[in-house]
Ligand binder design. Structure first.
Ligand code: PLP
Length: 472
């Protein structure tokens, strides 16, 4: 493909994407295909001779689109949002064009330096304490990881490095395996499954501590668990506070948990994967009170801040445990400017894309005010849906709406609610996923698409309501 063809191809793709998004409402939210639908649509082997790009474009509607779940459809209300915007798409194109691998500063200085700057910008937007910013010239700073799960694992590995080395100093005769088996980490029993998985991957026992009746993990419950483990000879070393649980967008009491972590000397990681984007609005920042007591913090601009996947912003107060324990410096990667971040040490994979471009483009083109408007609009839409639920006395809220999530159910049994959701999703107008806390099953309506309007909330509730009427 020569340059002229590339330009035509790219222009045609830009038109395709623009038309797709402009007309997304006309599509069914969930595809109707069965597993294995795609193979018969394609030849059994790759083409011997290269084809024209026009042939490929012609196959998108035939092969791909029938099997796409339309996450940006205004009636897609499942999971949590995955972000998408034109500036981020264009930035990804540039990242593909430059196609560098930012394993060290010298492999593309702009790749490292833009990441440092935009994570400082973003940190300032949510009022993170200055120790988390690289402009403070301390041991901390921000880095873009792929996902929140990866950030949790990296936080756990950093904490493990710190506390294992301390345990070895205190008990030099104990084999490392014995000391590792004594380490124990904590999270709310409502934390995302990736937190427990980080424990499995890191070879560490993670203990779920029961959240209170308001679904928030509180300091005293954590302190009690830590004391029990200390008495049993274990080494408490790590805790994860969740700001915006996946199940119902509850906020652990970070301030209390932070105090306990400081007093009991634990590494505190904050997982704000979805809800953290809201902290760009000052009115939500009270929910991150206590952040100065955390060691690492993560939220995903790729969830709720209009930056396409993958963009998980993670900040360290002190990245040296990660760098010094897991970093490696073969001769061929040394360069004249050691001392600037070589971000490969701050992450698990070796290679890394020029991901900061998407964040930079989005921050510049939307501006802080544009992004705040996006968050506020989606929170208001969730409130509107909550109001519609409350007006219909057949329904009840599972808990008050939080951010862009409304957890609700038909008054009645779990089975009725399971049937309700099954019928809603089978109908194909809207899409939602359920959740369950302490044996109560409920539906989650999340405002996901940036195209969502008040009429979409009415449409969603009318659909729920009319299917509920069929059941009764
Ligand atoms: N943590 C929380 C609170 C989440 O809500 C989610 C996903 O929704 C995750 C972690 C996992 O996110 P990721 O896919 O970025 O690993």
């Amino acid at each position: 493909m020569d340059t002229e063809e590339f330009k035509d191809f790219a222009q045609s793709m830009a038109e395709f994407i623009g038309n797709y998004l402009d007309n997304i409402r006309e599509r069914r939210v969930l595809p109707e295909v069965e597993p294995g639908y795609l193979r018969p649509l394609l030849p059994e082997t790759a083409p011997e001779d290269g084809e024209r790009w026009q042939a490929l474009m012609g196959d998108l509607e035939r092969v791909i689109m029938p099997g796409v779940t339309h996450w940006h459809h205004p009636q897609f209300h499942g999971y949590y949002p995955t972000a998408q915007s034109y500036p981020a798409i264009v930035a990804d194109m540039l990242s593909g064009g430059i196609a560098c691998i930012g394993i060290s500063w010298i492999t593309s200085p702009a790749c490292t330096e833009l990441e440092m700057v935009v994570l400082d910008w973003l940190g300032k937007m949510i009022d993170l304490p200055v120790e988390f910013l690289s402009c403070s010239n301390g041991k901390g700073g921000g880095v873009i990881q792929s996902t929140a799960s990866e950030s949790t694992l990296i936080a756990l590995l950093s904490a493990k490095a710190k506390y294992l080395s301390r345990a070895k100093e205190l008990e030099p005769d104990q084999p490392e395996g014995v000391l590792t088996s004594k380490l124990v980490g904590y999270c709310s029993d409502l934390a995302h499954t990736s937190v427990n998985r980080a424990g499995l991957l890191g070879g560490i026992k993670m203990r779920g501590v029961a959240a209170g009746d308001d679904y928030r993990l509180r300091g005293e419950a954590l302190r009690k668990a830590i004391r029990e483990d200390k008495e049993a000879g274990r080494i408490p070393f790590f805790a994860v506070a969740t700001l915006g649980t996946t199940v119902n967008c509850a906020f652990d009491d970070l301030d209390e948990i932070g105090t306990v972590c400081v007093e009991e000397d634990l590494w505190l990681h904050v997982d704000a994967a979805y809800a953290g984007a809201a902290f760009i609005c000052p009115e939500f920042r009270h929910l991150m009170r206590g952040i100065e007591k955390a060691d690492t913090f993560n939220f995903n601009p790729h969830k709720w801040m209009l930056v396409n996947f993958d963009s998980a912003a993670m900040w360290f107060k002190d990245a040296s445990y990660m760098i010094n324990t897991y970093g490696n410096d073969p001769v061929y990667l040394k360069h004249e400017h050691q001392g600037v971040p070589d971000y490969r040490h701050w992450q698990i994979p070796f290679g890394r894309r020029f991901r900061s471009l998407k964040l930079w483009f989005v921050l510049r083109i939307y501006g802080v005010k544009g992004l705040q408007a996006h968050i506020r609009k989606q929170v208001a839409l969730a409130k509107q849906f909550e109001g519609l639920v409350l007006q219909d006395n057949r329904f009840e809220l599972f808990c008050p709406a939080s951010m862009g999530l409304v957890c609700f159910r038909l008054k009645g049994s779990n089975e009725t609610n399971e049937l309700l959701l099954k019928k809603i999703n089978a109908n194909g107008k809207i899409y939602m996923v359920p959740s369950k806390i302490k044996e109560t099953y409920f539906l989650r309506m999340v405002v996901c698409s940036r195209f969502c309007q008040p009429t979409d909330m009415e449409l969603a509730f009318n659909e729920v309501s009319s299917i509920a009427s069929e059941l009764q």
